[in-house]
Design a protein around this ligand. Structure first.
Ligand SMILES: Cc1ncc(COP(=O)(O)O)c(C=O)c1O
Length: 430
């Protein structure tokens, strides 16, 4: 915090497309999509109009005991675009709350299902996982730097090994490894199935861990293990959802249908805070009962299903079709892949990880031994500061340079962004 107090703060005043402008009139490329949320760019006409149009009708009305038009319409759209089988929608305001809701629903589901299942109270998650900053989501998290101090406040969860292929603890290489790391998950799941309510996973990419990519097939195997062992699978698509990985949801890459799915971030295209937890019909049905049975899911946030946010989300989802967002994205993903290749020649680039428009460039002190930069060298931070000087906003995760441009970025802007990052890495690590 001392460093932060000393640094000159950038205060953003406005934005347009892929650009942000600060109060001094300096313009920056938004290389982090305003924390992984911007999909169709800033000041997108259709999104502006959706919000202002809704504003003329009503800004907020409660979802506790009532419904509102945009919330109903959005739920219908979400169910249509989500993996088939997810049939019910519960709104909240952030990725963290969407995860809390997923955990509570999973827990309550087994309690409601009857005495045979009431021991299924535990949760499994991956090492290095990040699911948000509230106490429940931190409990299923696994990033020591962020989470260790809160340990006394957290409920216990079982951790399964996250695949971090660059630093494989078995010293193996994919695909020859035959995903040895999954044996740990397999053992844990089989052993603790009778006391586990759900397993939560960030599908394909563990974002906050430093863009750790799961090898192909990993997610599918986790799905199979959960099904075979009667454990609910929660997919946290907060970061990966709404096109980030090149498909609408990351689960689609492996034809996986989770039992519960949490979405937030890109849902409104980066306009307003909104989240949703989607569940299968079968789970929803367990919560039905007579008044006096109190099977209700007693959970509700004040701004749940806010009409302005839902209107923005509807327009955002409609834009995927109108602007052919995912089709156009494929060319840019390929361009990104091609351009990133030259980064591999940089002396301190250890690994380049990419899935769609999610990129992590891991900087290392020594490429041969993969020795990381000590955190106190603030290497990632210094690259970020250099990028700022050159007109680009990014936000690293330790020594990993994270690139998350808006899906609507032009090819020229993308090329310019990569040039700045390359120059900044070179300068800082020289
Ligand atoms: C996978 C994942 N889940 C949950 C969250 C928490 O979302 P929020 O910051 O909206 O609470 C994040 C945020 O980065 C995330 O990446």
């Amino acid at each position: 915090m001392r460093d932060w107090e000393k640094e000159k703060q950038i205060i953003i005043e406005r934005g347009k497309g892929s650009y942000l402008t600060d109060i001094d009139g300096k313009t920056y490329l938004d290389g982090v999509s305003s924390l992984w949320v911007t999909v169709h760019g800033h000041r997108k006409k259709e999104l502006d109009e959706a919000v202002t149009g809704q504003l003329k009708k009503i800004a907020h009305t409660t979802m506790l005991g009532l419904a509102n038009v945009p919330a109903v319409m959005l739920a219908e759209k979400l169910v249509t675009i989500a993996p088939k089988g997810l049939a019910r929608v519960f709104y909240s305001d952030s990725g963290s709350t969407a995860v809390e809701i997923a955990l509570k629903i999973a827990f309550q589901y087994w309690q409601l299902k009857g005495p045979v299942y009431q021991r299924k109270t535990g949760f499994m998650s991956l090492t290095e996982a990040y699911h948000g900053d509230t106490i429940g989501s931190v409990s299923v998290g696994g990033i020591d730097l962020f989470h260790t101090i809160y340990k006394p406040l957290l409920f216990q969860t079982r951790k399964i090994e996250s695949p971090y292929c660059y630093r494989c603890k078995y010293g193996l290489t994919y695909p020859d490894c035959k995903m040895t790391c999954l044996m740990h998950a397999e053992r844990e799941i089989q052993k603790y199935a009778s006391v586990t309510a759900a397993l939560i996973i960030e599908p394909l990419v563990q974002g906050a861990a430093g863009m750790l990519m799961q090898p192909p097939g990993f997610l599918q195997r986790i799905r199979d293990l959960c099904s075979k062992n009667n454990i609910l699978m929660i997919a946290d698509e907060v970061a990966t959802g709404f096109g980030r990985t090149g498909k609408m949801f990351a689960c689609e890459h492996e034809a996986v249908v989770p039992d519960i799915m949490a979405v937030a971030k890109g849902i409104t295209g980066g306009y307003l805070p909104l989240a949703a937890t989607l569940i299968k019909e079968e789970i929803y049905r367990e919560f039905l009962g007579e008044y006096q049975e109190f099977r209700t899911f007693f959970h509700g946030h004040t701004y749940t299903g806010n009409p302005l946010a839902c209107a923005a989300a509807i327009a955002n989802i409609d834009l995927f079709k109108k602007d052919k967002t995912l089709q156009k994205l494929q060319v840019k993903i390929a361009l990104l892949k091609k351009e990133l290749k030259r980064f591999a020649a940089l002396e301190h680039v250890g690994e380049i990880r990419q899935k769609g428009f999610m990129v992590g460039i891991e900087l290392v002190q020594d490429r041969r031994t993969k020795r990381p930069y000590p955190l106190e060298t603030k290497t990632g931070h210094r690259v970020m500061m250099e990028c700022r000087k050159q007109g680009l906003i990014i936000r690293p995760l330790g020594n990993v340079i994270v690139l998350m441009p808006p899906l609507s970025i032009s090819k020229e802007e993308l090329t310019a962004l990569l040039k700045i990052v390359e120059r900044s890495i070179k300068l800082v690590t020289a």
